[in-house]
Ligand binder design. Sequence first.
Ligand code: ATP
Ligand code: MG
Length: 417
Amino acid sequence: MKQSQLFTRTSKEAPADAESANAKYLVQAGFVDQLTAGVYTYLPLGLRVLRKIQNIVREEIDAIGGQEILMPGLTPKKVWEDTGRWDSIDVLFRLEGAGNKEYALAATAEDIVTPLIKQFAQSYKDFPVLVYQISDKFRNELRAKSGILRGREFNMKDLYSFHLTQEGFDEFYEVAKGAYLKVYERCGLQAIVTKASGGDFTKKFSHEFQVETEAGEDTIYIDKETGEASNKEVVEEADWDNTDKYEIKKTIEVGNIFPLESRFSNAIDFKVPDENDHQTEIIMGSYGIGPSRVMGSIVEVMHDDRGIIWPKSVAPFAVHLISLSSKTDQKKIDGEAERIYKELTKSRVEVLWDDRADVSAGAKFADSDLIGIPLRLVVSDKTLDQDSVEWKERASTEMEMVGLGDIKAKVEDWAQA
Ligand code: ATP
Ligand code: MG
């Protein structure tokens, strides 16, 4: 894509109320726009990143057998009453429609997916069932702060599992844990599996995936001897004050997996006959990842004082090609840049070409650092004197000259590495 065509622009000023790196850089670089507290528009650059994260999640959840569906955001009061949650979810947005009919905006979807699966899975032969969606969720969060880390409308992948046996469920729970760890690794994040309370649903623990960052709201305690991490807010432990025993980290929760036992299936009397025609309870689990929060977390972990440093896997573009203005032969610079742009694009490398005329080299470099595309290639009088382009990776301080004839192969190798 040509940067001259991009309708968004970077801004010199960070938003006045930006408390965290993601709130600052994502707005300043033109990835997102805040409509109101906790509610964001994803602009072209930001949507490309969000889609990449969603696709990583999709690939890993498909790989463990999840079937993708899309449930509505607007949901009738009845489904929440049936599970007893209309009044108990404090962050539920409740609203009234025509004819005094009451609705909630989906904050999560156990209440919708359980009756859905009940319609289709009517015999033991139909199990297990694994369904997921990637959709916006709405929560009336008391404090929406820290940019896209905590939104009132935010993107979530939610997977639901339905098993007839505890062993089947336990086995899948571990498989899901493995898939989650792959998602974070592919996104360039080191996630710590953390024991957390099972809440109202189970006496067992749930597990959170926590990423270390100052911008996080959680505190986890890592047992120095066993390496086991626990969320202090939820796991009761007499020993928390023993600072010799634990390493303490500030973190953000980027995912959560939850044994639900038969809490939701029993609520709507969803049971099926087993091989011996005995009515059997259905054991559920729910598994959430917030792609929008993952995106914000990546910025928190990967930035410097000039801007974002995207990992290749989720970057809006792989290459930021920059053509500078010439003192002698603008046509030559533009021509070479266009040739490289077409050559790379043709071999499916995603390139943002800063082709803007009348923008200084300094301003182009500052924008490039702010936006954070992993590889910067510069075409200028100086580089063309050496029949080369300048190669610089965002995460490194080193630069090198690469011959015009070598650039395609080198970029392809780099993109695949
Ligand atoms: P938190 O403890 O941070 O409020 P939660 O435990 O309520 O989150 P879940 O209901 O388990 O979150 O949601 C699954 C995932 O959705 C979370 O792990 C997180 O990645 C994401 N998520 C939850 N709430 C928000 C939010 N307000 N804004 C952005 N992402 C969110
Ligand atoms: Mg949580």
